[in-house]
Design a binder for this molecule. Structure first.
Ligand SMILES: Cc1cc2nc3c(=O)[nH]c(=O)nc-3n(C[C@H](O)[C@H](O)[C@H](O)COP(=O)(O)OP(=O)(O)OC[C@H]3O[C@@H](n4cnc5c(N)ncnc54)[C@H](O)[C@@H]3O)c2cc1C
Length: 387
């Protein structure tokens, strides 16, 4: 067993780290993303050009479509490093090209021309709508119905908290096509044009994180049957697979990067800040915060890498992904909180990225599956498998 990253991955990590140190961390003083929408073009474009020049473009897109075709482990390593900077949007960073939701790779050949390729060229943008006012943690309880009508489906329902809907052209909509089967073959994924008659962006919901996800009403919206992505009834499985990957990368690797920077800041500050005649670093109360953070961070990083590696080997990592998401989001919440404590009043100031991470990381214990739900699912799976 070798716990070192393979040489090419270590090289990748070092390269991205240098890029983050040189380009992204200095930008924090000028810009911290605290609003809805992407970064301003004047900042994003030059960064994208540099990412492209490093070969870091369309990371998860297979090479046949012009992407880097990276596995999950290298992508986790990249996102861990990038998360050390607080200058990019927390969701939909777009640094490495347009966001392609893997569900789109399940398009048939005709749909790839209409949807996937324009997304890759940056011509159109998709958002993803599963959550509803009465179906968040339990998406199988959704009420949005899609009823077949000749060559179309008629969609009625409301989706809530949909990221980036206000700046998207299409929505990957999850809707009930069989209310009896529900999650077991009764939910279908549709590509719906947001300009279709009957689609109403009712309102957005400003959050403590700065972003403002949307509520979308579908009122008798006619969607061509040719816009079903994958099989009728196969939508739930497609979405779950995609969300599971997000749990490992976005809610696993990224908290590791955030916690690493918070720990580094904690150590640096404790060495220079003197109280009662001695640096904070000399105080056991502070040392314990540093030691606890380092231990928890180390354990989590190993979990994330292992889980991503196993996923790349084609193993079923459902339970591991639950463990990773819960462990990483709670670990980073504690580490950022301690870093604020060590910095005292300075830790609360907008001058430092700590308060921003504190707000962002709080959201990760709810999104992509609330931690309580994942613990519950994990326990259910373990109990069922135990005999
Ligand atoms: C910023 C943001 C962006 C989002 N973007 C999207 C998006 O783009 N697309 C999309 O479809 N959705 C999106 N969501 C929705 C998100 O996925 C849901 O908010 C999340 O799944 C939780 O659902 P809920 O808010 O309805 O909470 P609820 O399901 O009402 O749960 C509330 C709380 O109850 C507890 N709980 C629930 N069930 C159980 C249980 N069985 N056992 C124990 N405790 C339980 C948990 O603590 C949970 O936090 C977004 C949400 C936010 C905040």
């Amino acid at each position: 067993m070798d716990f070192n990253l393979p040489e090419e991955m270590q090289l990748l990590k070092d390269t991205v780290r240098r890029f983050v140190d040189k380009e992204l961390i200095p930008l924090e003083h000028e810009y911290r993303h605290d609003s809805e929408g992407p970064m301003p073009e004047r900042l994003l474009k030059p960064l994208q050009e540099k990412a492209k020049a490093m070969g870091l473009w369309m990371l998860d897109v297979p090479s046949e479509y012009g992407g880097a075709g990276l596995g999950l482990l290298p992508r986790c390593i990249i996102h861990e490093e990038v998360a050390r900077a607080a200058s990019l949007p927390f969701r939909g960073l777009e640094l490495f090209g347009p966001e392609v939701r893997p569900v789109l790779f399940h398009c048939n050949e005709e749909q790839k021309e209409r949807f996937l390729k324009p997304v890759l060229r940056g011509e159109i943008r998709f958002c993803f709508a599963q959550t509803e006012p009465d179906a968040g943690s339990d998406p199988a309880a959704m009420r949005t119905r899609a009823v077949r009508d000749g060559d179309s489906f008629i969609v009625n329902g409301t989706k809530r908290f949909i990221t980036a809907a206000g700046r998207s052209d299409y929505v990957q909509l999850m809707a009930l096509t069989d209310p009896v089967k529900r999650a077991r073959g009764g939910i279908t994924c549709f590509a719906v044009d947001l300009k279709s008659p009957g689609v109403v962006l009712e309102r957005n919901w400003p959050t403590m994180m700065g972003e403002a996800p949307w509520q979308i009403l579908f009122d008798n919206v006619r969607v061509p049957a040719a816009n079903v992505i994958g099989e009728v009834g196969g939508g739930f499985l497609l979405a779950q697979k995609w969300i599971s990957e997000g749990r490992i990368r976005g809610h696993g690797a990224r908290p590791v990067g955030i916690a690493q920077r918070a720990l580094d800041m904690m150590i640096e500050y404790s060495k220079i800040r003197v109280t009662f005649g001695r640096p904070l670093a000399d105080r056991q109360a502070i040392q314990f915060m540093i030691a606890d953070s380092a231990m928890e961070l180390h354990a989590t990083r190993l979990m994330v890498y292992e889980c991503a590696w196993r996923q790349d080997q084609g193993e079923d990592v459902r339970n591991l992904s639950y463990m990773v998401k819960v462990t990483a989001t709670e670990m980073a919440s504690r580490v950022v909180d301690r870093a604020i404590q060590v910095h005292g009043g300075l830790g609360l100031m907008k001058e430092l990225p700590l308060e921003w991470w504190y707000r962002q990381i709080r959201s990760t214990r709810i999104t992509e599956g609330a931690n309580e739900v994942l613990r519950w699912r994990l326990a259910q799976n373990l109990i069922r498998a135990h005999n």
